[in-house]
Design a protein around this ligand. Structure first.
Ligand SMILES: Nc1ncnc2c1ncn2[C@@H]1O[C@H](COP(=O)(O)OP(=O)(O)OP(=O)(O)O)[C@@H](O)[C@H]1O
Length: 347
């Protein structure tokens, strides 16, 4: 069963939420205890859940936890990242399409809402959805029916919606980018995931559990972090939150071996941040002075890739945050990265 914060025994040991699969959602801080409480309450109802929090705080595993603790747990959990799909394809991804509905629709395709029938549809990065599709989503929520692209009739589906964003949804409503009526229809049970830097000792608990898991997976013998490494973990701002912390631990485990993880095993970028807490980041001027020699002599395409990858790394591995810094949509970055991966495979 899902851990209750009122259970003192569980308060002392790491608390985890059942996500239906590895990994678990770990957290003993009072902030996470409140989140777990909210998940338990949400799971008991059919109400729509609206999860907010910075990138990498665990919004998706929180959505999985709501599903796993609900009566729909035996049904499907279908995640859909609205930022990763080009705007013109998103409607068909959500609601499906009929053969011939548009160029490229060579066969009937069920959308995520149909695949999730009897289960939970997780709409990640919901604020990236354009206004047109928001209207269709609202209709879906009001009628529980979907109309695939190219279909003349609507069909009933039984789906529970959980959605998430790393933006401030009220700000999106104020700016006219998110429909107010849709926001209130979705925002029935809000769950806010605090940034990792506000979760006290959870950072150490998560790091230690990850160390054990990654060491086993990678055939290493690590069992602990050196005290100064844990002190650094407590002090860092973790802009990429849990995802960044896990990447740092994985990096140390993959590239080294021993019983204790020491500071020299951590990625260099982290030392930069760790050595100057605060401030968290260098100035843009400083960064460009550092990088200019690396860029001159390269093609524009190479420079673009370097700048994008560096920005993603500085944002703790978060594509949506990097997209905001670079002032492009996250789907642009996802597409470029897929293209680079394909090129690299072809070499
Ligand atoms: N409390 C936690 N305990 C253990 N692992 C966690 C916890 N929270 C998040 N993680 C792990 O951190 C990573 C990022 O989590 P997740 O994808 O759920 O974040 P997110 O908030 O949805 O990110 P994004 O906004 O970028 O989509 C995943 O590998 C997840 O398993």
């Amino acid at each position: 069963m899902f851990p209750s914060p009122k259970d003192d025994k569980r308060k002392l040991s790491p608390c985890t939420a059942p996500t239906g699969s590895d990994p678990e959602c770990i957290g003993s801080s009072w902030q996470m205890q409140q989140v777990f409480d909210r998940i338990t309450a949400a799971a008991r109802s059919m109400a729509t859940v609206f999860i907010t929090g910075e990138s990498g705080t665990g919004k998706e595993i929180c959505a999985q936890a709501v599903h796993a603790a609900s009566t729909r747990a035996t049904g499907p959990f279908v995640p859909l990242n609205c930022a990763a799909i080009p705007h013109d394809l998103l409607e068909s991804e959500v609601f499906g399409h009929l053969k011939g509905a548009f160029t490229g629709a060579v066969a009937n395709k069920p959308g995520a809402a149909t695949v999730a029938n009897g289960g939970t549809l997780f709409l990640d990065e919901i604020c990236e959805m354009d206004l047109d599709l928001q209207t269709k989503l609202l209709r879906f929520l009001q009628t529980s029916t979907i109309q695939p692209v190219g279909a003349s009739q609507a069909r009933k589906v039984d789906v529970r919606i959980v959605c998430a964003t790393n933006r401030d949804p009220m700000e999106e409503v104020r700016r006219g980018r998110f429909r107010e009526d849709l926001f209130y229809r979705l925002h029935v049970v809000p769950i806010h995931l605090p940034p990792l830097r506000e979760r006290g000792e959870d950072v150490i608990e998560i790091a230690r559990r990850a160390l054990v898991r990654f060491s086993a997976e990678e055939g290493r013998s690590f069992a602990a972090f050196a005290p100064d490494v844990e002190a650094m973990f407590r002090a860092l701002p973790w802009p990429g939150n849990v995802r960044q912390l896990l990447n740092v631990v994985r990096h140390a485990v993959v590239l080294n071996d021993g019983r204790v993880v020491t500071r020299d095993m951590l990625p260099l970028g982290l030392h930069r941040d760790g050595d100057r807490v605060p401030p968290r980041h260098g100035t843009a001027e400083e960064a460009s002075r550092l990088g200019i020699d690396d860029l001159v002599g390269k093609s524009l395409a190479e420079i673009e890739q370097m700048v994008i990858e560096e920005t993603i790394a500085r944002e703790g591995g978060s594509v949506p945050r990097a997209a905001r810094v670079l002032d492009v949509s996250p789907s642009t970055l996802y597409r470029k990265r897929e293209a680079w991966a394909r090129q690299a495979e072809a070499v």
